[in-house]
Design a protein around this ligand. Sequence first.
Ligand code: TRP
Length: 352
Amino acid sequence: MTAVTDQPMTPAAIRSAELERQIAVDPGRFRVLTGDRPTGALHLGHYFGTLHNRVRLQDLGAEVFVLIADYQVLTDRDVAERLGAYVEGLLLDYLAIGVDPARTTVFNHSAVPALNQLLLPFLSLVSVAELGRNPTVKDEIAHSRQAAVSGLMYTYPVHQAADILFCKGNLVPVGQDQLPHLEVTRTVARRFNERYGPVFPEPDALLSAAPLLLGTDGTKMSKSRGNSVALGASEDETARLIKGATTDADRHITYEPATRPGVAGLVLLAALCLDRDPHTVAEEIGDGGAAALKRTVTDAVNAKMAPIRARRAEYAQDMGQVRDILRAGNERANAVAEATLTEVREAMGMFR
Ligand code: TRP
């Protein structure tokens, strides 16, 4: 796995650091919304990048909404395959890592009609040219294997604005690639408020401080590429995946992300699991070579994941209860969305 670390502080990273200070002082001021597309199992990259951060914010006392973005699966494929199974898998992952349904609202946006209706007024607030300029959308179109680009591909960042603004979310923990979408959300909120009066906050992105983990083959860690360790993977699957990871010929283990990406990625993964400094972890392995490194990583991952996997297995024994958790989350999300939609219609002067 490859690590990308020691990047210069971007304006978004500086803003995130400032937000962290505010969260520490007054967590109750923040309503957090973030989510995932149900396209596969969540993995260690998600865990250290975003998932663990949600639980941290929940435990600090912020109000958290976690979205399962099922409509958004259709942006880059014609049919959402195995949707039910993936939704249930995400739910299990969330519960396993410590998302507490008594404090955090988990919902899927297709079950919240009033959220989706916000898309209509929101689409009127952005131009076609703006939709076409979104760099993340452009990138996704370039990598899409679809024959034709759908209208949903161009408009999904506006749908994402509805995801965030339906609950007046003001803090959105996301990865770097989502920043253009956050800009769309801010634009939508600002223009709505200008045209119709103050209804929405302009939400901030909260970038994770965790360094980026790439997959065991050195490319982007992805649910579908077989290069990631799923949260719910067994100890044996974990060992097998790490055994197959790309390293190099130098037996002496060091932490040098720029020149030894494969080795550094593994060292970083062990360090994150052990909550230790990657340089110290590398030094201790020293001349042990890739085999010793992989043993250390496997043990560290399996130890770190053991309680999470145990909790996951426990919840999986009663899927009825797990589905009820989502039903309750959807009920709450619907109440919040309907209140917001009422405000929006009133602000716009719609006949009721
Ligand atoms: N686009 C996000 C992803 O693919 C998922 C998502 C949908 C999301 N709606 C959101 C994230 C709203 C944050 C806020 O990861």
